[in-house]
Design a protein around this ligand. Structure first.
Ligand code: ATP
Ligand code: MG
Length: 449
């Protein structure tokens, strides 16, 4: 017997019932991004591996142990499946001189990311992110706006209990000053450090602060705080972000251990966290990354952004009960039945004529008796069925059978079909009373995209 194949561990199929929820989710997200002036950018899933080493940093979970990196079998080039989107987005902006040619940019991307992690609820090897990147903006205003955007999105999804944590990482110089104090402190507490922390003590001590190991919390909590090492400018920047958040009525907590898992951040960093998702509680994370563009070979340019985890947000949205209300399950307007030898052409023509004016039409395929086709028509949820037998073909007419309101079946000419279908579905009200079906104004409900 041939063994069936399974998807790669940690990489999920998203089946139609679920995928429809994803599409509704993405529609809302797209409108929300547009309302803040963000424009889409589409970047490759595969990038040169060195891009991520340079952008994310060598001593990070992602680069050390989570990257799907491989050699191109044809030319030996080192490639990687993207573990996140910021690096590729910035690479593209530099490569195409987006900011140099057009000024500051608000960009967004969405799509699959890949990290070789231990799969569990809310943590997958292929997962999806929506990311926003604001390139060329230096001030605290854009940091605050990026955060305020999140609050609005949670509200639009009806999600409550997502709390905001912020911190400032200062500048590279400020971090160097803090680092000396941090290393001294950690060295004097060496016996309390776990294996990861021991290893990072001299390579990336800051990262020890956001250790997920509960045994490390106390030691990390009592470590010297970065915020005490901020200079005038960083302090003022952080203050303005906070005052804009207060003004917007968004509560936040300063978390001194929030240093983010990636190397490229400076100044403002933030995370939106839910308690409803267990250990995988962060739904959105971001901050300022002024050094990244230069680090990737571009002219120095300030930047800030965030990425949110779609799976985690969807889990919250579903749990809230709002997702099922918002999702559009496709129900056809019309189900076309036909039986008998010469009916197929007319059935196809009728279905296309109705689609021309914006109706959603399910054409029965696969034959079968009139009775079995009517059963399918009924089960489809369509408002009415077209009935096409040999008699109808001979007369170039089509039967219209309302399925939901007990109205009589009647026959109409092919020419009159769109008008009569509209009447059968909407009664004699004017068609403008209904959602316009595209340009045609015939009143069919149209899909969302
Ligand atoms: P975590 O601390 O949960 O590992 P991270 O700091 O590695 O998160 P980021 O790189 O900041 O995550 O990615 C932004 C968001 O993408 C996260 O807040 C989360 O919502 C989502 N995310 C990250 N990794 C995964 C994953 N393996 N599976 C599902 N979602 C993920
Ligand atoms: Mg991670």
């Amino acid at each position: 017997m041939i063994q069936t194949l399974q998807a790669v561990r940690g990489m999920n199929d998203i089946l139609p019932d679920e995928a429809e929820i994803w599409e509704s989710f993405e529609d809302i997200v797209r409108d929300w991004l547009k309302s803040y002036g963000y424009r889409p950018i589409r970047i490759p899933i595969v990038e040169p591996e060195p891009l991520f080493h340079r952008a994310i940093g060598e001593i990070t979970d992602i680069v050390e142990k989570e990257m799907y990196a491989f050699e191109d079998a044809l030319n030996g080039e080192r490639l990687a499946l993207r573990p996140e989107g910021t690096a590729g987005c910035v690479r593209a902006a530099i490569q195409h001189s987006l900011v140099a040619a057009n000024g500051p940019q608000r960009l967004y991307y969405h799509g699959p990311m890949f990290r070789h992690e231990r799969p569990q609820k809310g943590r997958y090897r292929q997962f999806h992110q929506i990311g926003a990147e604001a390139l060329g903006f230096a001030g605290p205003d854009i940091d605050a706006e990026l955060i305020i955007m999140g609050a609005r999105l949670w509200e639009q999804f009806g999600l409550t209990g997502i709390r905001l944590e912020i911190n400032s990482l200062g500048s590279a110089e400020e971090r160097t000053n803090h680092r000396a104090a941090l290393v001294a402190y950690l060295e004097s507490n060496r016996d309390k450090l776990d294996e990861d922390a021991q290893r990072r003590l001299h390579t990336n001590p800051l990262r020890i602060l956001d250790s997920k190991n509960p045994a490390m919390q106390e030691t990390a909590g009592a470590a010297p705080k970065l915020i005490d090492y901020l200079g005038e400018e960083s302090r003022a920047h952080f203050e303005t972000v906070q005052s804009l958040l207060r003004e917007a009525g968004i509560p936040f907590r300063i978390n001194h251990r929030l240093v983010r898992g990636l190397d490229y951040y400076n100044r403002t960093v933030f995370e939106w966290v839910s308690d409803r998702l267990g250990a995988q509680g962060t739904v959105c994370a971001g901050g300022r990354y002024d050094g990244l563009v230069e680090q990737l070979g571009g002219k120095p340019m300030p930047a800030a952004g965030f990425a949110m985890g779609i799976e985690r947000l969807l889990a919250l949205w579903r749990e809230s009960g709002e997702a099922e209300c918002a999702v559009e399950r496709p129900i056809p307007d019309v189900y076309v039945t036909h039986w008998g030898e010469r009916t197929q052409h007319l059935a196809f023509r009728a279905a296309e004529a109705l689609r021309d004016v914006g109706f959603d039409v399910l054409l029965h395929c696969g034959g079968g008796s009139f009775k079995s086709q009517m059963k399918k028509a009924d089960a489809s949820g369509a408002s009415l069925a077209l009935v096409i037998g040999e008699d109808e073909v001979a007369a170039d007419e089509i039967g219209i059978k309302p399925l939901r309101n007990g109205d009589e079946q009647h026959r109409v000419s092919f020419q009159a079909l769109p008008e009569m279908v509209a009447n059968a579905i909407y009664g004699n009200e004017t068609h403008q009373d209904h959602d316009p079906p595209g340009e045609n104004g015939l009143g069919a409900e149209n899909g969302s995209i």
